[in-house]
Design a protein around this ligand. Structure first.
Ligand SMILES: NC(=O)c1ccc[n+]([C@@H]2O[C@H](COP(=O)([O-])OP(=O)(O)OC[C@H]3O[C@@H](n4cnc5c(N)ncnc54)[C@H](OP(=O)(O)O)[C@@H]3O)[C@@H](O)[C@H]2O)c1
Length: 214
């Protein structure tokens, strides 16, 4: 695939490098220096190059949006037309100093983003929980039995990979069924992880999720 990276910081830089090393064609864009984009492309090896946000989107099968929430309008303005493109967003809807979500906790930000690019197909990826809040969980994983973590999905080979990644970060993967269940389980992931380590009985937890409303 051809993947355009909009925002080449920690997330965009790392993911773009992984995509390039997996054989995809990658255009790194949107950093404060051209030098940085060149360096990323050089070090990613594979088919990676630096470019403008417009270059990154042109001919791309998918673009990765990896800027701070406050920079979305600017990067989208520089990118131009995204009609029909898949926009994978890892941007969390956080305020300027990243202390609070600027949207309700019921949204990953994908809905607000989709309104700004109505002709694109917006997907919110990775997690709506900032990874920093899991640091204490990662630290605890060395001291106790591995707790379970639920995951969902519709694609069986994707799910096998997801299960491997979950094991890598210290949890036992538990298949919770199709992707449509994710919306209801994902906001609980932090709570479940904390309870698993700190609650009585450790990893032996039983829990139930209910869907409210229609
Ligand atoms: N979903 C998840 O699991 C997850 C996990 C972590 C982070 N995130 C989210 O992902 C987003 C990106 O995080 P990050 O840690 O990758 O941030 P970051 O390292 O600060 O990257 C942001 C990028 O935007 C560029 N940028 C900022 N201001 C700019 C400007 N005025 N002109 C041009 N480029 C500019 C930065 O340039 P420089 O490279 O020159 O600084 C950098 O390349 C954030 O919204 C964060 O909350 C999501």
């Amino acid at each position: 695939m051809r993947v355009g990276i909009l925002g080449s910081g920690l997330m965009g830089g790392k993911l773009g490098t992984l995509f390039a090393r997996a054989g995809h064609e990658v255009v790194f864009s949107y950093a404060r220096s051209e030098q940085k984009l060149k360096k990323l492309a050089r070090e990613a090896k594979g088919r990676a190059r630096p470019g403008t946000p417009r270059d990154a989107a042109q001919g791309a099968d998918a673009v990765l949006l990896a800027v701070h929430w406050s920079r979305i309008d600017d990067v989208l303005h520089q990118t131009g037309d995204l009609t029909g493109k898949v926009v994978v967003s890892c941007t969390l809807p956080m305020n300027g100093d990243n202390t609070e979500l600027v949207l309700a906790h019921t949204s990953s930000g994908a809905e607000a983003l989709a309104k700004r690019v109505p002709k694109a197909r917006v997907v919110s990826a990775f997690t709506t929980v900032p990874s920093e809040v899991l640091f204490s969980v990662f630290a605890a994983r060395r001291k106790t039995t591995r707790p379970s973590l639920v995951y969902c999905g519709d694609d069986s080979s994707g799910k096998r990979r997801a299960a491997g990644l979950i094991r890598d970060v210290g949890f036992e993967p538990v298949d919770a069924g199709p992707l449509r269940t994710a919306r209801y389980t994902e906001p609980f992931s932090l709570l479940v992880a904390r309870l698993a380590y700190q609650g009585k009985g450790g990893p032996e937890l039983a829990y139930r999720f209910e869907r409210f409303g229609k």
